[in-house]
Design a protein around this ligand. Sequence first.
Ligand code: NAD
Ligand code: LMR
Length: 333
Amino acid sequence: MEKDPVTVLVTGAAGQVGYALVPLIARGVMLGPDQPVILHMLGIELAKEALDAVKMELIDAAFPLLKGVIATTDVVEACTGVDIAVMVGGFPRKEGMERRDVMSNNVSIYKAQASALEKHASANCKVLVVANPANTNAFILKEFAPSIPDKNITCLTRLDHNRALGQISERLDVHVNKVKNVIIWGNHSSTQYPDASHATVTTDSGEMSVTKAVSNDQWLKTELIATVQQRGAAIIQARKQSSALSAASSACDHIRDWVLGTPKGSWVSMGVYSDGSYGIPAGLIYSFPVTCEKGEWSIVQGLKIDEFSRTKMDATTNDLIEEKSLAYSCLNE
Ligand code: NAD
Ligand code: LMR
């Protein structure tokens, strides 16, 4: 018997990430090959024609799993009955900018859309914020939608996680699926801490730590970290537009693992509400290593944190605390 459809909202669906993301959702990449979906796409008046064209293309692609499409500029219509909300709408940074430089344009969008989601989405709607500054937009959404459970509001750091896996796989010349358990701690900004100290790689002789396989602690502590921190900027410099296909694919990974579960023995990175684990102030939306089961994420506990990691984790915490006050000052302007 066919499953009931799941309704997925994508805001900013006429933009670059949205355009790469909606066909993946309609093909079952996000929720599985047997899960029918209904897509709600929200745009703004200025991009309405482009949004309508995305709807036309979705119809033309004749996706077997796609049971309905709404393209609208009405936030209430867009949010009504949604089970999963992927919040991409907003403005991307340009060359030479930090992600927080788009703060004043974007946080007000998240304040406004929070109450529509709170009032009109399904009671257990899972929210993924992609638009930058992703952690702080998610934080603002959480603040202005107090009845949405804290556990349901997350932000995307899976792209950074996948970037770290990609860099290690290139360095070791192994397929990326042989590498696991990297961690992105903190903010999706240039202060994030990509940590490979708990990561492992599967070789012909079994599983070993990435630290041992790379046998160059300096590379892990300098080049890997800087490359992942600056990868978004490198894409912008090369493409003159920010990442889109990798962002869309990682957003699917984030939701798929959250809903369907992480494989045994593996964790992934998600920006989630801090409960104080690892000394991170409660209430910040901070990227942690998490495992997921039955639609719930849990922060991986008990990992050893050395002094090097502590310093980096604290630096990205401070960045988030600063962003939070900057966000409030933008909202009060
Ligand atoms: P884009 O400019 O191509 O598309 C954004 C779309 O959002 C546009 O169509 C715009 O009309 C729409 N929009 C603007 N205000 C809106 C509102 N109030 N409601 C609904 N839609 C609205 O940008 P993009 O390249 O698709 O990037 C989108 C966002 O995602 C940016 O903030 C970018 O920085 C961010 N991003 C984050 C990650 C991540 O890993 N977290 C990765 C890539 C991009
Ligand atoms: C990315 O990491 O590619 C996105 O956040 C876009 C950006 O501004 O870097």
